[in-house]
Design a protein around this ligand. Structure first.
Ligand SMILES: NC(=O)c1ccc[n+]([C@@H]2O[C@H](COP(=O)([O-])OP(=O)(O)OC[C@H]3O[C@@H](n4cnc5c(N)ncnc54)[C@H](O)[C@@H]3O)[C@@H](O)[C@H]2O)c1
Length: 339
């Protein structure tokens, strides 16, 4: 099977590309160049890609020609400006990338004769946040306070509208929560920020220690994506899906920071940022009952182990192991876990 990933040079894209390649698939990608130190480069993924295209999804012709050149069976649209704080700094690029970039992907996939399954990745932040304790279900209203959340809600609605109006290959929209895992080099994401500080031997500074997030290991999220693609290829699975962990993984930012500091050792600590910070949602929880009951999907890594695997990845790389070897070890260990 030949997969085209937009955003293959990013965090989720690199894990997914390596996982698919290890499983014997052919993988092409369209994205911007990787960030310095990104997993894509550290794990030396470029030579293992069937086609490694660099281009901007804001340009319709770039996206169309990527589909024409690669003629994939499956498209997973991951490329985005995915950071809340960056969306306050640069709302225009965030909107253009996340909304019109998605438009360009929908249009190009719709015109492609090869695509049999299309997965569009949005986020838990697409839901209108009413600070409800019960998780959001797929039929809940969408909304978005900050520019990132709004852009993703718009891309989600855009995809629903496109599919209802123009059809296209079997398509699913997947909303997942905060994922963690080794090799995430983004700034302004909690665990990468923490691990960078721990490795440098400086106290980490965190915002919103009381905010609750649904933490999930990237491999559990990707396992959900792949089950949905399997369903699409079997003629099922179109529509919206939540992929998120159970309530045991709805944990405060402060509790996650405590656990990560304890697992890292070496006297790692954190403090709270006293500065005025832009608004971020205080409570976000997803209800993934649909994915569990229809697809048989379930998290294999509970919260403690998801954090443990992430800290372990970073520790091993910090100690000199090759990021590709550590990543492949974790892919193999994950496959061996009971489902
Ligand atoms: N990581 C998370 O916790 C999380 C949570 C919910 C949803 N998501 C969603 O998952 C997807 C992947 O996120 P990630 O964590 O891997 O992000 P990332 O920042 O690591 O990767 C983003 C990818 O998109 C590409 N990209 C950005 N702008 C582009 C443009 N204009 N043209 C072409 N490519 C472009 C980058 O080159 C990169 O390959 C995003 O859609 C994001 O919104 C992520």
């Amino acid at each position: 099977m030949h997969w085209l990933l937009t955003g293959h040079t990013g965090f989720k894209g690199s894990w997914l590309a390596l996982q698919l390649i290890e499983a014997g698939h052919e993988v092409s990608g369209l994205a911007l160049d990787p960030e310095p130190g990104a997993l894509f480069e550290a794990a030396e993924l470029a030579p293992r890609m069937r086609t490694d295209l660099r281009g901007d999804i804001r340009d319709p012709q770039t996206v169309r020609s990527a589909l024409d050149r690669t003629r994939p069976d499956v498209v997973v649209h991951l490329a985005a400006q995915p950071l809340v704080r960056e969306s306050y700094r640069d709302p225009r690029t965030t909107m253009e990338t996340n909304v019109m970039g998605t438009f360009n992907v929908l249009e190009a996939v719709g015109a492609s004769a090869s695509v049999q399954a299309h997965l569009l990745v949005t986020t838990d932040k697409v839901y209108r946040n009413v600070n409800q304790v019960a998780g959001y279900v797929e039929s809940d209203a969408l909304g978005g306070h900050d520019p990132y959340s709004a852009s993703k809600a718009m891309s989600d609605l855009l995809a629903q509208s496109w599919l209802a109006s123009f059809g296209g290959p079997p398509t699913a929209i997947v909303r997942a929560g905060n994922v963690i895992g080794g090799g995430d080099v983004s700034t302004d994401r909690l665990l990468p920020d923490l691990l960078r500080s721990f490795a440098a031997g400086t106290p980490a500074v965190i915002r919103y220690p009381d905010a609750v997030r649904p933490w999930q290991h990237v491999l559990d999220c990707l396992a959900g994506y792949r089950l949905i693609v399997d369903a699409l290829l079997a003629g099922d699975g179109a529509g919206e899906w939540n992929i998120g962990p159970g309530p045991d993984s709805f944990v405060t930012v402060g509790a996650l920071a405590d656990l990560a500091a304890r697992l890292w050792g070496d006297g790692a600590t954190w403090t709270t940022d006293g500065a005025e910070n832009p608004h971020e949602a205080a409570l976000l929880a997803l209800d993934a009952t649909k994915a569990r009951s229809v697809l048989g999907w379930a998290d294999r890594l509970p919260f403690d182990r998801a954090v443990g695997w992430t800290v372990d990845w970073q520790r091993r790389v910090h100690a000199g192991e090759h990021p590709r070897d550590v990543t492949v070890d974790q892919l193999t260990a994950f496959e061996a876990l009971p489902r």
